[in-house]
Design a protein around this ligand. Structure first.
Ligand SMILES: Cc1ncc(COP(=O)(O)O)c(C=O)c1O
Length: 384
């Protein structure tokens, strides 16, 4: 794929964003319309997006500190350019992602959140044979294909420590397997797989079937570089890694994600995706992709919140899994749906029960104040 990236878009990060915005916000056809039709105060309900009525939103693994200011500047810029199809913005973002990971831009597929790519992958590979996956993983997109009658999930029991049992998964993979789907770190457990064992197993399995590693939370792990499976793709193995701007970048509502794979696989994923990603999303991703100051800040807040939760769980002597994500999975000893309901009565939103793990509850990190509300409410909610 050839790229023709204009000099203007070669500017990166916050500096590039503010320069581009300053140019776009004062001139051009949109500015003419703005002068003719000055915007009045918005008449919409300000609560249509985000947490409502002061609820502490700790159920969806979002980063409330986002989007980064560098992304917001580009969103303003992109809004003013909203009359136009996004043109080269997708190529620019693909080039940035490729450069960071040492791959070529044609190995990147950009989609409307990573969820779209994962759904496309489930459709592409699900029809070839079962999707082999750990029993507990983020299965929404595999279920999308299942619900269409286009795939089956072969769930493999977790290890006794609730980790992904790589040996058991590998034992299940044959040439008739459609896809192996792993999530690392896993959701909802928050666990990171042992990197040496994972990479060796993924390499072996990829000789029989395509292996997808969903790395939505990888930037939050203690050692993202050491744990990612992107290196296997560079070595030419049949592996796909997905990433998202919804988590550490704090852009869940803006909907940008991507995959890294061989160029042939990337083309398949891109052509199976159903939507065209918005210029606003692409611009926001371009603006903040290299914003390490914001990323470090976000990770700091997440780790701080996680430590508060862990301290609370320790004080209550509750079992929990060692998370390297922005959520913690813990065993309250009470029915998860009852815990969720009791928290809701206190204006705290957390996850309910997963499968038959009825005493396990997942709480996400939010603002430090909201995590504090959860920590204060927990003893009362579980009757400790
Ligand atoms: C493991 C995992 N992968 C992917 C996604 C999809 O995220 P998005 O479509 O916002 O990129 C989620 C969302 O929570 C997730 O938990």
């Amino acid at each position: 794929m050839a790229f023709d990236i204009s000099r203007r878009f070669m500017l990166t990060g916050a500096v590039g964003a503010s320069v581009a915005c300053a140019a776009a916000c004062t001139t051009g056809p949109a500015a003419v319309a703005e002068a003719a039709f000055p915007a009045s105060a918005p008449s919409v309900d300000p609560q249509i997006l985000g947490p409502r009525d002061g609820v502490a939103l700790l159920s969806r693994n979002e980063n409330p500190y986002g989007p980064a200011p560098s992304a917001l500047k580009m969103i303003e810029y992109a809004g003013k350019k909203g009359a136009y199809y996004p043109d080269i913005a997708g190529q620019k973002l693909a080039a940035m992602i490729a450069e960071r990971h040492g791959v070529t831009p044609d190995m990147i597929a950009i989609t409307t959140g990573s969820g779209e790519a994962l759904s496309a992958i489930a459709l592409i590979y699900g029809k070839k044979g079962p999707i082999v996956a750990p029993r507990l993983f983020w299965d929404t997109t595999a279920l999308y294909a299942v619900n269409l009658g286009l795939a089956e999930i072969d769930r493999v029991a977790l290890g006794s420590d609730m980790s992904t049992d790589l040996a058991a998964i590998e034992a299940r993979v044959t040439a008739g397997t459609g896809l192996v789907q792993l999530c690392n770190p896993n959701n909802p457990t928050g666990l990171v797989a042992d990197p040496v064992a994972l990479k060796a197993a993924v390499e072996r399995m990829s000789k029989l079937a395509t292996v997808l590693v969903d790395e939505a939370y990888m930037e939050l792990a203690d050692d993202p570089e050491g744990n990612t499976c992107i290196g296997l793709i560079k070595e030419g193995h049949n592996v796909i890694v997905s990433r998202t701007f919804s988590k550490i970048y704090g852009m869940a509502g803006i909907r940008v994600g991507y995959t890294i794979s061989s160029p042939e696989t990337a083309a398949k994923i891109q052509s199976t995706s159903m939507s065209w990603i918005s210029g606003v999303g692409l611009a926001a991703a371009i603006g903040s992709y290299d914003d390490t100051a914001f990323l470090d800040f976000s990770k700091g807040k997440i780790v701080e919140g996680r430590q508060m939760v862990v301290t609370t769980l320790d004080a209550l002597d509750l079992e929990y899994l060692p998370s390297q994500t922005n959520f913690v999975y813990f065993k309250s000893g009470k029915e998860a749906n009852d815990v969720q309901k009791a928290m809701k009565e206190r204006k705290i939103s957390i996850r309910g029960q997963y499968m038959d793990y009825n005493e396990w509850t997942r709480v996400s990190m939010g603002t430090i104040e909201d995590v504090e509300k959860f920590c204060k409410a927990l003893p009362e909610v579980i009757g400790a």
